[in-house]
Design a protein around this ligand. Structure first.
Ligand SMILES: O=C(O)c1ccccc1NCC(=O)[C@H](O)[C@H](O)COP(=O)(O)O
Length: 213
């Protein structure tokens, strides 16, 4: 089985970015969502983005963001990928993909087979679906350290690229990859010491757990 690509999400500090790069993660995620403990301002993202340039791909994460917020973040942070983590419809995803001309990923929250099947409705609108855990009403729509039943996406053969997120840690990511065959894994709280505080040793351990020596 090929080694999955790795995305470390919710990076706010240069040291965490460097740790992700050293650990050979493919993607660094910057969260543009003021309610998140991982939120970055466009100015903070611009500095991180400059440091990341050419070393790791930059994913901007948004939750039902309006056009003005997206445009400001895009201009500041020179993002490589747009990740939509709210209730964005296929039409909205397609519109943003056309407007910004970069790949769009859509996170879908999963608790049942029907949730997984919703990916089909995004064919032609997105470049990758990220299956993430459903979170309780009134909490953040991601980054909560919750996982879902991985058998729902085991060896998923859908019409687009995909990735697995939700509750992945250095201790369980190898098992998750073994069970699902996910081509990309995404973690945030699993490599933190507190909400919004990345732990460089955990970033390294997470990547090591699924990479060939
Ligand atoms: O991380 C956040 O704070 C966040 C806030 C709002 C929407 C999504 C958010 N994170 C999404 C991610 O990309 C996470 O990596 C994914 O949900 C998995 O999180 P975790 O279970 O903490 O690894």
């Amino acid at each position: 089985m090929p080694t999955p690509e790795i995305k470390i999400c919710g990076i706010r500090e240069p040291g965490s970015l460097d740790a992700a790069i050293r650990a050979r993660a493919a993607y660094a995620g910057f969260v543009f969502f003021p309610k998140s403990p991982r939120n970055v301002t466009p100015a903070e993202a611009a500095a991180l983005s400059a440091r990341a340039q050419g070393r790791i791909a930059r994913v901007g994460l948004f939750v039902d963001a309006d056009d003005a917020m997206l445009a400001e973040a895009m201009a500041a942070a020179r993002l490589d990928v747009l990740q939509l983590h709210g209730q964005e419809t296929p039409e909205r995803a397609a519109q943003l993909r056309a407007r910004f001309g970069i790949p769009v990923w859509k996170a879908l929250s999963v608790a049942s087979a029907e949730d997984v099947a919703r990916a089909e409705t995004y064919v032609g609108a997105i470049d990758r679906v990220l299956f993430d855990a459903k979170t309780p009403k009134g909490t953040l729509p991601g980054g909560m350290g919750l996982s879902f039943d991985w058998t729902l996406v085991a060896n998923w053969k859908g019409p687009m690229a995909w990735g697995l997120a939700g509750g992945l840690t250095p201790d369980n990511v190898a098992q998750a990859v073994e069970l699902t065959g996910a081509p990309l894994v995404d973690t945030s709280s699993g490599v933190e010491s507190a909400p919004g505080v990345k732990d460089n040793d955990r970033i390294a351990a997470f990547c090591r757990a699924i990479q060939a020596p």
